[in-house]
Design a protein around this ligand. Structure first.
Ligand code: ADP
Ligand code: MG
Length: 275
């Protein structure tokens, strides 16, 4: 009998190439990207604009089919969207404007998880409480700030108890102070719920604060450049010397050796891995 010292990764992305094609040309968004996400990881995809981060997330969500390679969730190939993956986007308009905050959260629970009205309402209020918005359950989205709308979107996704929460630059459109507060709140929520997170950003600082592991992607087409461990950092570490050094190092890895053909691969825990 084979004894596996670690459980199999929850999400396995294997040599994934993604393309957009129309009648005239093919755009390769990512080239043979591989990574594994384990239960309760806060896994961050970090790279410059246009390197294929959103495309990768959409492929994991099941909105885009691989050109080559494979995505497996709990060992099963991803073949389309499903309630086992909750998605939060950057845009503030992802909530239904004609529904209250609570109704927005209840809607998915009723249709996808087939909960009864009372159960769905109870579950909705539980997650709204976790994101600190229970007092706004009867408010309509247009009366909320951008940060509050994003918290509703997070609550709505978490209410479904997905296997993995996918977030695409969810705080990028917020002002700097709100953004920092949202990062800290997301970490506090993770401490409480221990969900598994796949989070996309182009901000080095955000990646280090939010992530436990960070995958660096090269510019277009996105290829894996390195993987770093970011367990040591949280919302309070941004001023520290170690944080600044790691940021510098990521900056160099991302922008100073742009050899598209030969991506550097450094796995956490190996020589050369940071921090
Ligand atoms: P990122 O999220 O890292 O900024 P994207 O995943 O949005 O990058 O895009 C990756 C590449 O794919 C870019 O070159 C972009 O122009 C291209 N792209 C994105 N969406 C489409 C689309 N719908 N049709 C054609 N090309 C696209
Ligand atoms: Mg994007």
């Amino acid at each position: 009998m084979t004894v596996h010292p670690f459980p199999a990764p929850m999400l396995q992305v294997d040599k994934l190439s993604l393309e957009y094609a129309d009648a005239h040309r093919v755009v390769r968004a990512t080239h043979r990207v591989s990574f594994d996400v384990h239960e309760a990881d806060r896994f961050v995809l970090l790279g410059p604009s246009g390197c294929g981060k959103s495309t990768l997330l959409k492929a994991v969500a099941g909105f885009i089919a691989p050109r080559e390679g494979q995505i497996r969730l709990d060992g099963q190939a991803v073949a389309g969207p499903g309630p086992d993956r909750g998605v939060v986007f950057q845009e503030f308009d992802q909530l239904a404007p004609w529904k209250t905050v609570r109704q927005n959260v209840v809607f998915g629970l009723r249709s996808a998880r087939k909960l009864g009205a009372a159960q769905a309402r109870e579950r909705a209020d539980e997650v709204l409480d976790q994101v600190g918005l229970l007092a706004f359950a009867d408010a309509y989205p247009h009366t909320l700030s951008g940060g509050m709308k994003q918290r509703v979107a997070i609550a709505r996704a978490l209410a479904m108890q997905p296997r993995i929460l996918l977030m695409d630059e969810p705080f990028a459109a917020l002002d700097a102070l709100t953004r920092q507060r949202m990062q800290a709140q997301l970490l506090a929520l993770w401490e409480q719920v221990r969900f598994t997170l796949l989070f996309v950003t182009h901000s080095i600082e955000e990646a280090l604060v939010v992530g436990s592991r960070v995958l660096l992607l090269s510019p277009h087409p996105g290829q894996v450049r390195a993987e770093l461990n970011a367990h040591a950092f949280d919302a309070d570490s941004t001023g520290s010397a170690a944080f600044q050094q790691t940021s510098q190092r990521i900056h160099q890895l991302l922008f100073e050796h742009q050899q598209v053909d030969a991506p550097i691969r450094r796995r956490a825990g190996q020589p050369g891995a940071a921090p």
